[in-house]
Write a new protein. Structure first.
Length: 317
């Protein structure tokens, strides 16, 4: 069995997390001017095209990079060489600049709705840039940020609903201080994950939301395992201080925690190595989530219980 004094570093671990989270958000909003934009959350242009088989994903990305346009390229069908191209609305001036150079000078100005004009600008850029006909453009649309608004409101509602239900359940199953500690740990995990997403400018998407929800499930499961051991040990006839009880319980479950985390990370590494490029951000957030979820169960949730007892002057669990 391990014999590490986790209780000794409770204030250091909580302070470390606080500093990292604050630093991450400061960096995000000062250096990057906020979180990365994505089509689902901020709206933009989306086109599905059929290209010559001599062209690959790298050629498409290189084309847009040379024009200083940030585009997300997804291969939909390898056999037919179908690609989905997502471009943010902020790139529209660059598209118009390209078209002004390459369009015939006698081209009449379009008086149709602005959204249709923008789509037409994208279609011209694709047909001219990749030497394809209009028939190769399977679809071209301007996507609104409806998904982002719905996901944001639904996510916030679900988050607070989950925290409330979990607090009631853990208060009934254990004690209120356990529920409080678990809720603080989950909020810590969410803020830490958002800080990392902001620092690395990971684009918000449905898979990223799924990774965050998976992080919550993994973190609370690991936390409850430790809490259950604390409760079991507190029922023994030998009475010890809260700090000692927590240290013993964490050390007893540490082997299980490390083995579970390592096994889960192996499957995610396999996803990174053999999975599609589109899943890299999902796998990255999930990898970080497992690490931070394990960390918070040991260094955040458990110390909160000890600090709670110190505040209310309770010697035992």
């Amino acid at each position: 069995m391990f014999n590490f004094n986790f209780s000794k570093y409770k204030y250091l671990s909580i302070g470390f997390s606080f500093v990292c989270i604050i630093a991450g958000f400061i960096y995000t909003f000062t250096v990057h001017k906020g979180f990365a934009h994505s089509l689902d959350f901020n709206g933009g242009l989306r086109a599905v095209v059929v290209l010559d088989k001599s062209l690959g994903r790298g050629d498409i990305e290189k084309f847009f990079k040379e024009k200083e346009i940030e585009a997300i390229v997804i291969q939909l069908d390898k056999e037919k060489n179908h690609y989905q191209i997502d471009i943010g609305l902020g790139a529209v001036p660059k598209i118009e600049e390209y078209n002004n150079i390459n369009k015939p000078k006698n081209t009449e100005s379009n008086t149709i709705a602005k959204s249709r004009v923008t789509i037409d600008e994208l279609i011209f850029m694709l047909t001219h840039g990749f030497k394809i006909s209009d028939e190769n453009i399977l679809s071209a649309d301007q996507v609104g940020a409806v998904v982002g608004g719905e996901l944001t409101s639904t996510g916030i509602t679900l988050l607070f609903s989950t925290l409330a239900i979990m607090t009631v359940y853990l208060s009934f199953r254990f004690q209120f201080k356990f529920a409080l500690a678990a809720s603080v740990a989950l909020i810590h995990d969410l803020l830490f994950a958002l800080a990392v997403i902001g620092v690395f400018q990971i684009k918000p998407s449905v898979p990223i939301i799924a990774a965050l929800l998976t992080l919550f499930g993994y973190s609370i499961n690991d936390t409850i395992v430790i809490f259950d051991r604390i409760r079991e040990n507190s029922n023994s006839k030998v009475k010890v201080s809260t700090g000692t009880m927590i240290n013993v319980s964490i050390n007893q479950t540490l082997g299980r925690t490390i083995n579970t985390s390592f096994t889960t990370l192996i499957s995610i590494i396999a996803l990174i190595i053999g999975g599609a490029v589109e899943l890299y951000d999902f796998a990255f957030v999930l990898t970080f989530g497992i690490i931070i979820g394990t960390y918070s169960s040991i260094f955040i949730a458990s110390p909160i219980i000890e600090i709670y007892n110190l505040i209310f002057q309770k010697d035992t669990i």
